[in-house]
Structure formats: C-alpha cells, structure tokens
Design a protein around this ligand. Sequence first.
Ligand code: ADP
Ligand code: MG
Length: 381
Amino acid sequence: MAAERDVTGGGQLGRMFVHAAQRMGYRTVVLDPDAASPAAMAADHAIAGAYGDAEALAALARECDAITTEFENVPAASLRTLAASRPVAPAADAVAVCQHRALEKRAFADAGVACVPHARIESAADLDAVDPALLPGILKTSRLGYDGKGQVAVATLHALPAAWQRLGGVPCVLERRLALRAELSVIVARGADGRCVHLPVQQNLHRDGILAVTQVPAPGVAPEVAERAVADAMRVAARLGYVGVLCVEFFVLDDGSLVANEMAPRPHNSGHYSIDACDVSQFELQVRTLAGLPLVAPRLHSPAVMLNLLGDLWFDPAGAGPRIPDWDGVLALPGARLHLYGKAEPRPGRKMGHLTVTAADAATARRIALQAGERLGLAPF
Ligand code: ADP
Ligand code: MG
C-alpha cells in the first residue's frame, strides 16, 4: 500500500479527509492558497499555492501517490494536469460536470433521474423564451454557487431580466420554485471496478440556503422513497463512470415524488454524522476509493442528528458583540460530539464546525440535539 495520499483544497472537508487518511497510516499533503487552512493545519505537509499554479501542482504530484479534491471549484484543468502523472479521483471530467448546474442537470437526465424543471439563461434571447410555468422561480448562477450564494428569488417573468442583471448577467439556470415536503441527500462511493456502496439516506433542513440540520435515519421519508433516492444516486455515479465519493441532493415533493437538485463530487456536509454514527465514514470512503481499497457498505450503528455550527453563534443575537458558544453546556449532554474546524475568524454564515448527537434511538438523539441547539442559540427543528 502506498504511503502518501493527498488532497487539493484545504477546507474542513479536506481536514476530515486528512484525519481519516492519517488514521489508516497515510501521509497527507494539502494544496491550498491559505497555509493556515483547516486541512493544512492537520496535514503532514502543506503547499501554499493557487489551485491553478503550475509549480504548486508539480510539487503536489512529486510528493503524492494519489490525489483527490475536497472542493468542486478546483479548476478541472488542474486535475487533468495532475492526472497526467498520478491517479486522480474523482476525475476532472466528472468534477467539471458538478461545477456547472446545467451540465449537472443534463447528467441527471442522462441517468434517467428526474430533476427540477428549469431553463438555461445565457443570453437576452433565453430570457424571452422562458416558459412562464417556471415562475415563481429561483435564478442560480451556473457556476460557483454554494450555501445559497449566487441565487435570487424571481417572483414573476417581469422581474427576471433585473434578477439576471443582479447576478452579473453570467450564465444561469432558472428553476421553478417547488413546494418541498423534505430534502434528502445520498452519499455514494464508487470504486474503479464499479462497486458502489452508500451511506444511509440523510434528511436535511436548510435555513437561508445553508444546511442547518441533518437527521439519520430520515424521519419524514418512506422507505421506498429512500430506496429510490439511493438507486438514482447510484445510477448517476455509474453513468458518470465516477470514482470517489459523490453526494446527490434530492427534493421530495408533496406527492412523494423525488427530483434531483444538485450534486457534489466529494464528501458532503450532510454526511459529517457518519464519522460518529457509522462504522465507515464518508471520509474513510474517500480514502478507500482513492487508494483502491475494498468498499464495504457502511453500517449506521446509532441514529444521529447533526447540527451545523455557523459563525453566527459566536455573536450575541442581541448585538452585545462577540461571545464563545456554550461548549460546556453541549458537551455535558450524552452522545454529543463537537467538531470544530480550527477557523480563526468566525463570520455569520461561515461553517465553523458541527455537532453530532448519537443515541440508542432516534427520538433520544433528536431530544438531545434540540437541547444542544437551545444551549447554543439555534432554532428548533
Ligand atoms: P447550494 O449550491 O447553495 O447548496 P442549492 O441549489 O442546493 O444551492 O439551494 C440551496 C437550498 O435552497 C436547497 O437546499 C433548498 O432548500 C432551496 N432550493 C433551491 N432550489 C430550490 C427550488 N427549485 N425549489 C425550492 N427550494 C429550492
Ligand atoms: Mg445544495
């Protein structure tokens, strides 16, 4: 087994990948523009450089036996460069699909997976051609959106041109705003041999476009709907010839039907609970797919609730200024596990960490997570 693996992208996903890789005996190298990024601080070695910097990429390739990414906006060209000399998973082509909402939707359709009704908005002519049935809708930039950024609500056809201008007139996708009964995500890991395993289906609650709560098992989802979501996610991975960890987000509509929303070519915020609640985490799956190790289906050994800890918690809601969240209060709760990403500067909306609560049964996990949320100042769910 080769001894060195690495990651491009130094955020919290890279940090948790590094933790998993190190536990399995690997040496890790991180490339990120910030030498003090969360992953760089955990890795055996950090290269500070832009993701497109030829010298940095060459150094990375020199030091590593295999390369993965934790960030879908690493330029696909950089992954192609690295792939010329080292195994890279996921492949640049698959990452490129996930970097572009319209290509992503086409990939869903190609895999026979229903997605949100939408239209591409790339020119003034596209604005004129929009089907009024897509309104009220959400206009989303095709590239670089995350955590609800790069999106505007559009109430009427009439409001669409101004909304597009607000987003800079860049290529966008207009989606119909759907009434959601629930949101789900499915994390699959697929090996080079085509074997594909999955984590249990997650139910996600977003606030202001940012993931707030993940519950597993999904409380509001019929087993057959969950099974369909898993089958859909696996079909997408197979169709892409995907190697690595892939997360597909789904909306469950009022009639119980499922539509795919978007996907991420990496572990996902909604899978963080797997570190504490599964025998194999999403990050270990990433290590295994990268290293060509066997893939086994992860087993959920405890029901879990994950609460995202955004930078807002570091500020008094009444405006009294900065504060430290009540860690003693949450750590006094049974089954609560705190993960902080080592980010120096809390900012509203910034992902600073997460809390996973596990318990012997789902009702207890939920009750304790609600208590934890109350102690931290999070809204109930
Ligand atoms: P991001 O890349 O920011 O995660 P998403 O497209 O997943 O962007 O949107 C974030 C959240 O906004 C979703 O999880 C969902 O709660 C809500 N949302 C997005 N698109 C729609 C839609 N077409 N209809 C209803 N809600 C939506
Ligand atoms: Mg999303």
